[in-house]
Design a protein around this ligand. Sequence first.
Ligand SMILES: [Zn+2]
Length: 474
Amino acid sequence: MRGLAIFLAVLIVAPTLVTAEQNWPGEPVDNHLYMSWAALTQEVNTWADDNPDIVELSSIGQSFLGKDLWMVVLSDWSMETKSDGSAKEIIYIDGGHHGNEYLGTALAWLTAKWYINEWNAQNAEAIGVLQSTELHILIMLNPDGNDFDTRHNQNLTTAANPFASEPVPTGIDLNRNYDHFWDDCSPSDPFAPGTGPFSEPETRANANYMNTAVQDADLYVTMHTGVWIMLYPWGKWPQQPPDWELFHGIREEVNAGISDIPIQNANQGLYPNCGTSRDYGYGVMGFPTFTFETDDDQFLPGTFEDVNQRLGEELDVMRYLIDNIWYWRARLVVESFSLVDEKVTFTVNNLGRASTQNATLQYVDGNKILWESDNFTANASSTTTITSDGFDFEDGEWRLSYQKRVVHSSQWVNESVDVGNYEVGFFAQSLETLVWALQAGAIPLFVIGFAFWWSREEKPFDLEEIPLEAEILD
Ligand SMILES: [Zn+2]
């Protein structure tokens, strides 16, 4: 009966399907568009074959049943760095932790596909992004679950719930298997977190990639399906994360101009959850992380919609997050600098949308720190002025050392800075004294000059001529 319904539905929507198939390598199954791992494998290989200038394809590991986990990396490979010589920004995206969450997986697929299509259409936005950014996209982390239409992977050797008296082998919930407060939510997690953190090959491969290829990422989005919402950390705690300011700022901008999608702390917006890739991404890797949950309303027979249209709004949010990647960390620049009596005074402007703590201005010789300023905090999008003394060094270089974001796990950056010209040392100080003496001397000189002029002019006040001291000495 269901077969007949699908057959009828396909007949009804056949004209649409013909167009849609060019975009989407999947088939409608029940009420869902479903993309098999085999179809995905074919698709991503075609992407790489047809677009060697921007697509790099690799397998970062295998699923429990041995299927390749495909990583698509997009960037303009004719440029090793940005046009100004600085390193490209890095973005990490994954989809399909949960095998039966098709639309979330589709959003990861669509994000990659949009940049490939638009690059080929010479869209300025796509070109700008790919010349300045590496987009690392793992579309399907759980191909076994996807094949079997289940949330979990296909490791059936472990009981779903260790507290159940009888083992119920239903596979492992990969998004409870990460090494961040693993299985530490109370009451005991109703899901299947595995026998220990990273017990599953899929999560091990994902974490390994995070730790070796994209440690410097300034955005991590992990895509799911369920309630239409974007969740930022934490799942473990109801409290706002240290970088709440960054997340709230993004929420304001998304909600003001792009989408009404709710954006909340995961623990409050959904329910407490532990060992997730989101909390790992933020709490261990220090990435600004979002779980992007699409809703689950899909393609009812007769209402078939192209996936590009169906996820158009979600894609707009992704493009905003990607276009603005430069802002998702602290970005300090020195705006003014002075050195007086071994006292350094400088003003830094934080151009990023994330605050930073424990920042210092350092004077270094190679890796040896000769001098550093007091620690300072630089709030997002604001300037801060710091004065620190004890500077009496030469032949070094200046650099700023700070965390990209407030969270402890955040990466540190050591960036060379040009503080402009300044003088230091004995000669410079002598020079300074000389300048001071000349400036101080300018007033008596002026008085003498005036007196000289006065002596040569007709006396407007008809004063009696008084001989100058020099004349008396004569
Ligand atoms: Zn999910």
